[in-house]
Design a protein around this ligand. Structure first.
Ligand SMILES: NC(=O)c1ccc[n+]([C@@H]2O[C@H](COP(=O)([O-])OP(=O)(O)OC[C@H]3O[C@@H](n4cnc5c(N)ncnc54)[C@H](O)[C@@H]3O)[C@@H](O)[C@H]2O)c1
Length: 261
């Protein structure tokens, strides 16, 4: 018996085969889940995501364009999903955005209002926006599970993470308030705080070049996190194994965040 047999849901945030969302989707499918996908609007983005899904063995994915910063696109995306699927058991929110010029060491002080707000909008508010639109279908099916991706920079200062740290703090707090309000509908909401993984998004953050070496030398597990580590925690959170877990932020970072120095 696979842990996610019979479960169907949405993966938001694959850019390519290095994305955390890609690794999560792979792990979910290995446990029997059916996944539907988004891609950023544009032919090149669609092509990249399609190619990465082919690599996972998915020749004809259910996939629609989505700029999560636009309410009308979110409405259309969730309506299309609901039209084509009987159930929504899970949502994987694995998206973030901030201007890379602001993600450089010493540049937090330069953050303009508009970029501060847009980082929070795309990286945190969209979790609420997706939960809003998915709630009714999830509740009709007897409940569900929503996860999002955070990082240690939400809690402590990581030089260069800057406005993204502010956005991740908002994401983790949004996670808790959603968990509180959606619990009565049997919808669980949790965050995974992932370790550093080289992806398109993380390569925009300045000062990370030495991070893998530091983690390999100092983390309790003496290695960097792999996509599959996060994928397996996603399986747990989206499965009945985590039936009593909601509102949490679970660290999957080989233990680096427990160290004081
Ligand atoms: N890579 C890391 O080290 C790391 C560590 C902890 C947490 N995270 C988080 O994991 C999540 C996934 O990032 P990743 O590292 O896999 O990088 P990634 O670049 O592969 O994924 C980021 C995704 O966000 C999507 N996105 C950006 N703006 C969007 C918008 N307006 N609408 C819809 N989608 C949008 C991109 O299309 C992309 O697919 C992010 O929340 C990131 O902050 C990453």
């Amino acid at each position: 018996m696979q842990l996610l047999e019979g479960k169907t849901g949405l993966i938001i945030g694959i850019a390519n085969e290095r994305s955390y969302a890609w690794h999560i989707a792979k792990s979910l499918r290995e446990q029997g889940a059916k996944c539907a996908f988004s891609h950023l609007p544009g032919d090149r983005n669609e092509h990249r995501v399609r190619r990465s899904l082919k690599e996972m063995g998915i020749a004809e994915p259910w996939m629609r364009p989505l700029d999560a910063g636009k309410d009308e696109e979110l409405d259309a995306f969730f309506a299309a999903y609901e039209n084509d699927h009987d159930r929504l058991d899970f949502i994987v929110h694995s998206i973030a955005f901030a201007d890379r010029d602001l993600l450089q060491v010493g540049k937090f002080i330069t953050t303009p209002r508009a970029q501060y707000l847009s980082a929070i909008d795309i990286s945190a508010y969209t979790l609420l926006a997706m939960a809003q639109r998915g709630r009714a279908q999830m509740a009709r099916g007897g409940g569900g599970s929503i996860i999002s991706m955070s990082y240690y920079g939400a809690e402590k200062v990581v030089p260069g993470y800057n406005v993204m740290g502010v956005a991740k703090a908002a994401l983790e707090c949004t996670n808790r308030y959603l968990a509180s309000e959606l619990g009565p509908d049997k919808i669980r909401v949790n965050c995974i705080s992932g370790g550093y993984l080289r992806t398109l998004a993380s390569s925009a953050v300045g000062g990370t070049d030495t991070m893998p070496d530091v983690v390999a030398a100092k983390a309790p597990l003496r290695r960097n996190v792999e996509g599959a580590d996060v994928g397996k925690t996603a399986v747990y959170l989206l499965s009945d194994l985590a039936s009593g877990v909601t509102g949490e932020t679970i660290y999957v970072d080989c233990g680096i965040s427990i160290l004081g120095g």
